[in-house]
Design a protein around this ligand. Structure first.
Ligand SMILES: Nc1nc2c(ncn2[C@@H]2O[C@H](COP(=O)(O)OP(=O)(O)O)[C@@H](O)[C@H]2O)c(=O)[nH]1
Ligand SMILES: [Mg+2]
Length: 349
């Protein structure tokens, strides 16, 4: 009888154990672990592929990221030597999208077709861009004995002239040089107010006049002030538009004559161009070139949506060196253009 009870008890225990184990098995597993493994679509895989951060050092920083992304597709072509037709098509598309322009694109494609890419495609593009950026970029800061050096800024409305002057005022005053700002954009009062803000911020001197005043006389007064105070540099702003039918370019030529007379000597005339306008910047530039003896280009707004290749197109098409680049709106966001740092930012692995 006792044996029967023991057997019964054992059967109950075993059945109990079996039920517990089965109920555990039926409990749904963690949803994360049990999610079906679906292959990632290609485009996502490309996005999450590891990529080193762009150097945040003295050169161009990660604000060039948008330009850099355009070159992602050529960076992923790892084959060396001869290129397939499909690969050449990718290179062509990427170069055109980067805004380097048709002539640079065609020259590079021709070279890739004949020589292949012994050092890889990104390497070949890097070489091509570097060999287009060999201009003399030195910036003149000195005038003849007894005269005040003037940097004149020209360009259409909204490209970043006033902001660039403000940034340069900051750089110069930080370096211990005394600067006079000439508010030569008298088209509307807000233009002088904007320059005044930079003067207040940087400690630079400013000469301004009422809205509608003759810009030539503002520049003239600024030269007088600079001479009296033994200033090191005059930064002269100009308007990018005219109220009446007077030709803007005629007016700029007149301003230049005033700035280059008496105590003043125009040692640099910077044409400011907005990089986000891409190839349009080029046609704008050609108009100004004839009127103002432009000695250098400031290419602004290379941060954001701009395509960095425009630097190459501008220098190649206009034959005028890019001397400064704007990469943001703060005082520090103006850099002396350094081709090596720039090209490396776009094309390094
Ligand atoms: N993101 C960015 N904005 C800029 C840069 N340079 C100028 N800007 C902005 O562009 C706008 C027009 O600039 P402004 O100096 O008034 O142009 P101006 O009419 O040629 O004097 C302003 O909102 C500036 O802050 C730059 O390098 N990057
Ligand atoms: Mg302005």
């Amino acid at each position: 009888m006792i044996v029967l009870w023991i057997v019964l008890a054992l059967v109950v225990v075993v059945i109990g154990l079996v039920l517990v184990v089965r109920s555990r098995r039926r409990r749904p597993a963690s949803p994360v672990l049990s999610a079906p493994r679906v292959a990632m679509p290609d485009v996502l895989v490309t996005q999450v592929a590891p990529r080193p951060e762009i150097d945040d050092g003295p050169g161009l920083d990660r604000r060039l990221a948008a330009s850099r992304t355009i070159f992602d597709r050529v960076r992923s072509i790892t084959s060396v030597g001869a290129l397939s037709t499909e690969q050449l098509d990718v290179v062509e598309e990427v170069l055109l999208r980067s805004d380097v322009g048709v002539s640079t694109t065609n020259a590079l494609l021709e070279q890739l077709r004949t020589d292949g890419a012994p050092a890889g495609v990104a390497g070949a593009i890097r070489e091509a861009l570097m060999s287009s950026l060999t201009a003399d970029r030195s910036v003149r800061t000195r005038a003849d004995e007894g005269r005040v050096p003037v940097w004149l800024f020209v360009g259409v409305n909204g490209v970043g002239k006033t902001t660039t002057i403000g940034k340069l005022a900051w750089h110069e005053t930080q370096a211990g040089r005394s600067v006079v700002l000439a508010a030569g954009d008298t088209f509307r009062a807000a233009a002088a107010d904007q320059l005044q803000l930079w003067a207040d911020r940087t400690g630079a001197d400013i000469v301004r006049a009422a809205e509608g005043a003759d810009p030539g006389s503002v520049i003239h007064d600024a030269l007088g002030r600079a001479q009296a105070r033994h200033a090191d540099l005059v930064l002269a702003d100009t308007a990018g538009r005219r109220a009446n039918s007077t030709n803007l370019l005629d007016e700029l030529a007149k301003i230049r004559r005033v700035a280059d007379r008496g105590p003043g000597q125009v040692v640099e005339t910077f044409m400011v161009l907005d990089a986000t306008t891409g190839q349009n910047a080029l046609s704008q530039a050609r108009e100004f070139l004839a009127a103002a003896e432009v000695t250098g280009i400031v290419l602004t707004k290379l941060d954001g949506t701009a395509r960095g290749g425009i630097v190459v197109a501008i220098e190649r098409e206009l034959g005028i060196p890019v001397k400064f680049v704007g990469v943001g709106e703060r005082a520090k966001d103006l850099l002396v253009f350094d081709p090596t740092a720039f090209v490396d930012s776009l094309l390094s692995a």
